[in-house]
Write a protein that binds this ligand. Structure first.
Ligand SMILES: *[C@@H]1O[C@H](CO)[C@@H](O)[C@H](O)[C@H]1NC(C)=O
Ligand SMILES: *[C@@H]1O[C@H](CO)[C@@H](O)[C@H](O)[C@H]1NC(C)=O
Ligand SMILES: *[C@@H]1O[C@H](CO)[C@@H](O)[C@H](O)[C@H]1NC(C)=O
Ligand SMILES: *[C@@H]1O[C@H](CO)[C@@H](O)[C@H](O)[C@H]1NC(C)=O
Ligand SMILES: *[C@@H]1O[C@H](CO)[C@@H](O)[C@H](O)[C@H]1NC(C)=O
Length: 572
């Protein structure tokens, strides 16, 4: 019984070993020079192997084949054996013509990279059979025309890259068979207008048309792309966007119009984009940002307005509608020398402001909502570092200490009141904040200025002048205190006397008597004016009282002299 069973076992083992060795030889022996064949995971990597033809002896079960960076010239009948490919990379080769029906058997292929070849034309059956393909990269070729039904089988295509070719139009029906494309890259071609064929791409979410030759977007030209979220139109020649151009993409979230020839802000056009969150308008030729520049863009979070070389004025109300604004870049606007205070007053969610390399001399703390900000970049401006910049200096000192000590919640010392209330996390481009004036701080970092240099109240001139003033006032007070009595007794009397003499007898000015004379009556004024004889005649009792008081002493002058406070004038 046992002997009878043994031979079949041997046969089975033999067959098994043969099969194993066959597989081994397929993997090991038949893997061309320069290729790495990982049969256990069904991958072959011949990238950079220097091959000129597609190897046909590789494992036919392969899922991944990388043939990039070789010298392959043509693909005719080469992939027929590899029916299980998921990923095929033929990028950076020398393929001129991909022919017709060469992918007919790749029913499972999901990813095909034909980038960086010399493909000039796509015939109508170029991609026949690629019904599972989701991503096709045809970038960096020489495509001038795409046959109208070249993409007809690509019903599952999601990402199509045709950037860096020489296309200036798309044949009618190009995208008829590819309604599921969500991302289309046609940058770096020669399109003069937005291709109307795009209207077949009803699921398109990302459309990149950067670096083409588009000058105008007309109202009726922009296809209706209801799902579009990202539109890149930077580096075209746009000088005009018709008012209703953006009405057919209600979900647009990200729009790049940088580096075009727009001379005025497309406020009306943009207001048709209620979901817009991210907007780039750098490198255009706007001269000013008018009030409510971004009208109706309540969801705008980030706006980039850099390299606007003609920009000179920003209205204080430019961003009032953008209540959700979080980040703004205004760098390299070389002709902006002033930003309005409270420009960002209504933008309570603003966290990041960058205004590097403008022509701003003075920055006030009121320019920025400092208590809510996380990052402020103001480097490269020709700052006038006088004491109106003390607030910034203080923040920079705080920053410097934080960096040095790496204490995340450092609050103390040099920094007082206002600055210490700031979130200590405020980031600044500390090393780029350089002073232009005054001369003693020219080309120096603001952060390295001493407190004496930047703080007016601390300047030695101020200290000196304050000290001098105090000394001067003290001197006067002391002087007054010392010399006051003398002045009153001597100078005062001497001064009055000649004046009255000069004034004549009729109406001399009358200093009031310090003490009322004894028996002061209604006629006392006359007594000073009227000569003593007359006075005597009119009021005898007064005289009597004197004579009585003086014990009959008839020398009236002597009596009056004894009366210290009585002015002499009366008797002159
Ligand atoms: C093939 O190898 C190259 C380097 O030799 C590597 O860069 C590339 O990612 C590999 N391809 C795959 C599909 O793994
Ligand atoms: C296709 O290949 C090129 C060159 O090897 C590479 O730069 C590109 O990223 C690849 N495309 C995709 C979608 O991976
Ligand atoms: C567009 O702007 C560029 C650079 O700003 C300029 O060289 C070019 O002449 C302008 N083109 C048109 C059509 O206005
Ligand atoms: C600082 O300089 C600016 C001009 O550069 C001037 O307007 C401002 O009054 C100066 N501030 C002080 C406190 O000197
Ligand atoms: C400060 O310390 C933390 C860890 O405590 C580290 O992650 C961070 O990079 C440090 N920062 C600096 C500026 O050294």
């Amino acid at each position: 019984m046992d002997d009878g069973r043994a031979p079949p076992m041997w046969i089975i083992l033999f067959v098994l070993i043969c099969q194993l060795s066959l597989i081994c030889s397929v993997g090991g022996v038949l893997c061309p020079n320069g290729c790495k064949c990982q049969n256990e995971i069904l991958r072959a990597n011949c990238s950079g192997a220097g091959i000129q033809v597609v190897p046909i002896q590789l494992n036919p079960e392969l899922h991944v084949m990388d043939l990039s960076d070789n010298k392959i010239l043509q693909l005719h009948y080469t992939f027929t054996f590899y029916e299980n490919l998921y990923t095929l990379d033929v990028s950076r080769n020398k393929v001129k013509d991909i022919g017709n029906g060469n992918f007919k058997t790749q029913k499972l292929l999901k990813f095909l990279n034909l980038s960086s070849n010399y493909i000039e034309f796509l015939g109508k059956d170029a991609f026949e059979g690629l019904v599972q393909l989701t991503e096709l990269d045809l970038s960096r070729n020489q495509l001038e025309t795409i046959g109208p039904s070249a993409f007809k089988d690509l019903r599952n295509l999601i990402v199509l890259r045709i950037n860096d070719n020489q296309l200036d139009f798309l044949e009618e029906g190009t995208f008829k068979g590819t309604p599921n494309i969500q991302a289309l890259y046609i940058d770096d071609n020669s399109f003069l207008e937005i291709p109307s064929e795009l209207s077949d791409l009803t699921h398109l979410k990302i459309l990149s048309i950067s670096r083409n030759l588009i000058e105008v977007i007309k109202d009726d030209e922009m296809p209706s792309l209801l799902e579009l979220q990202t539109l890149l139109l930077d580096q075209n020649l746009l000088k005009e966007i018709h008012p209703m151009a953006f009405t057919s993409m209600p979900k647009l979230n990200y729009l790049d119009l940088s580096d075009n020839n727009l001379t005025s802000l497309p406020t009306t056009q943009l207001s048709k984009l209620p979901k817009l969150a991210n907007l780039k308008l750098s490198g255009n030729t706007f001269t000013h940002l008018p009030p409510v520049s971004f009208r109706g863009l309540f969801n705008l979070k980030y706006v980039k307005l850099t390299r606007l070389e003609s920009l000179t004025a920003i209205d204080v109300r430019a961003f009032v509608d953008n209540i959700n604004l979080e980040k703004i870049s205004l760098d390299y606007n070389y002709n902006v020398n002033n930003i309005p205070t409270r420009l960002f007053h209504g933008n309570t969610k603003l966290r990041y402001i960058s205004i590097r390399y403008n022509a701003i001399k003075i920055l006030a703390a009121t320019h920025f909502p400092l208590d809510q900000m996380e990052e402020l970049k103001v480097g490269g401006n020709p700052l006038d570092c006088n004491c109106s910049m003390l607030w910034l200096w203080k923040i920079l000192q705080d920053n410097k200490l934080q960096i040095r000590d790496n204490v995340s919640h450092y609050r103390k010392s040099v920094v007082d009141d206002k600055a210490s209330k700031l979130p200590s996390e405020l980031k600044l481009d500390i090393n780029d904040i350089i002073c232009e004036t005054p001369p003693n701080l020219h080309n120096k970092k603001l952060v390295s200025a001493s407190q004496r240099e930047i703080d007016c109240s601390m300047s030695w001139l101020a200290i000196l002048s304050v000290t001098l003033t105090v000394v001067f006032i003290l001197g006067i007070i002391i002087g007054v205190l010392i010399f006051m009595p003398k002045k009153k007794s001597n100078v005062g009397r001497d001064r009055h006397l000649p004046k009255i003499v000069k004034g004549g007898y009729n109406a001399p000015p009358l200093p009031p008597p310090r003490k009322p004379l004894p028996n002061n009556d209604v006629n006392h004024v006359e007594r000073f004016i009227v000569p003593p004889i007359l006075l005597q005649n009119r009021s005898m009792p007064l005289w009597d009282s004197y004579s009585q008081h003086c014990n009959g002493n008839g020398n009236i002058y002597k009596q009056l002299d004894d009366q210290q406070d009585r002015p002499h004038i009366v008797y002159v």
